[in-house]
Design a protein around this ligand. Sequence first.
Ligand SMILES: Cc1cc2nc3c(=O)[nH]c(=O)nc-3n(C[C@H](O)[C@H](O)[C@H](O)COP(=O)(O)O)c2cc1C
Length: 495
Amino acid sequence: MWKPPQRIKFEPAPGRVPTRDEAARSMLFSPVRIGPWQAAQRTWVPAMVPWRATDDGFVTPEVIGWYRRFAQGRPGVIVIEATGIRDVPSGPLLRIGDDRFLPGLAELVRAVHEASGGATRLMIQLIDFLGIKRRPDPAKYYERFLRITDRHRGLLDATTPGARDWPEERIRAHLAAAPADEQQRVLDPREWEALQMGARERVTDLHLPHVRELPEVLPGLFARAAVRARQAGFDGVELHYAHAYTMASFLSATNDRDDGYGGVREARVRLPLEVYRAVRDAVDPGCAVGCRYLADECVEGGNHVADATWFGVEFARAGMDFLSLSRGGKFDDAKQPGVGQAAYPYTGPSGYECMPQYLSDERGPFGRNTEAVAQVRAAVRAAGLDTPIVSCGGIHSFEVAERMLATGQSDIIAAARQTLSDPDWFLKLSLGLGDQVRTCRYSNYCEGLDQKHKQVTCEQWDRVALDAPGVELSSDGRRRLVAPPWTPPTEVVSG
Ligand SMILES: Cc1cc2nc3c(=O)[nH]c(=O)nc-3n(C[C@H](O)[C@H](O)[C@H](O)COP(=O)(O)O)c2cc1C
């Protein structure tokens, strides 16, 4: 992952922990209404892909074990990882694009409700994404993938007279052997990108029929997925409008589609609102429907907080039950992948903004999104709407969380890596046992595993008591798949 060049080292600062009484009186542990229902506390585990589904997208016992472990910490809400809404092969990404996925998802819902004693509300994040290819071997790219056009012939001919009439094989061989700057001169920017990074579809590729038709097909796909989520027993759905994926790309200032779904903000928000309405119309009134989107895309030419506040008001006015704000995580500035690897949207500066780690710049890795989210919340409130806003990013301290709630920066506190590090941390805080919390170091060990699509674990617990009875291990047999168990002392539970 990219790191700010300053490389200033930051230590997490959990701050003072509350007594049990203080926690009971706190805002963090007070209920919050989310559309049709209430969450028992303002604690939230945002979507995190742990790479435990089968290769064809089914729930496995390891998926269930992962979420059962989070549920034991009894957060207000857990959002299940990004789950694909289409019935197409998507590698080991959880899927909800067909009824055959329902039994596994229903079992997952039951496991979470049981493990949390019914205290935790459960939602699922619904995602659509476009095609991306691995970075090709240059020889193969020129041999097989590049389509030789008159444009290439003309550009070659300009510097090598006669090249226009060369047989195709000679053009391919010439380009493959040419210096990089000559290749870049002759290839168009997308061909050059396909060679350097792997070909990647964009929502602006209107020449591709399946991309042009996204506004026709996506509302139905999201709506059917949401209905399945309800059939499986989820309390609600989170529409994934964040990071590098289809819906975020529609919202992005880089979306210049000319079919009424790109350009000005009103057009960019059109499909996200149509998807929302289709979902809302398809589900029963007991289903919470909200979205996750970006407070700032953190890329040149992308959306910034002014866009996010504008979209937030539109989403809230349309009736969304919650808005969960993330940050960055774009392909636009991703690092070049190795040959045979696909680009990953969390490897550039915008990826850093999404999951900032402990080596940082002067601003540090904690709360980098807080101010932008507060601005979105202020705009939504100024429009007379009380939609709850979920803030996320480097939060690992009761004091910070409580201050964010008390000062109106947020309504709900989400923590991804801190909860991965210690799934019981909310429970420990609420019981006055905050000094027992295992604090995240923000080393991004988990994110490194995520990037390689390896089973995600935490460096602080995956080597602990590996030989204890019943411990489930990763496929390489070297890491524990879930955090070690924690049992509150009996006098605390009964006291
Ligand atoms: C292993 C891992 C997987 C993630 N998967 C998702 C995901 O599926 N959907 C999503 O919106 N965010 C995902 N995220 C981002 C987190 O939800 C969160 O926004 C980010 O980690 C910043 O919050 P934190 O500082 O509390 O960790 C993931 C993060 C991690 C570490």
